[in-house]
Unconditional design. Sequence first.
Length: 75
Amino acid sequence: MANTATIERRPLAGIGGALAAPFVATGRFLVQLAESGPRMRALERLHRTSDEDLKAHGLTREGEIRRILGISAAI
């Protein structure tokens, strides 16, 4: 199953758009930076891995998420 996200980007008009443009660009940059990080790539790989494959290696999805994000088992 594939998911597709569609984002409609309309140009910001007028003086408000000109004032908001640097903030919009900064926000887009920060999102791209976060999505290109090693943790996000590891989570994407985990997302593509089936539960059967994880079980065959003696792993759980929750345990792998905790390992990737560096969350301790005791909360």
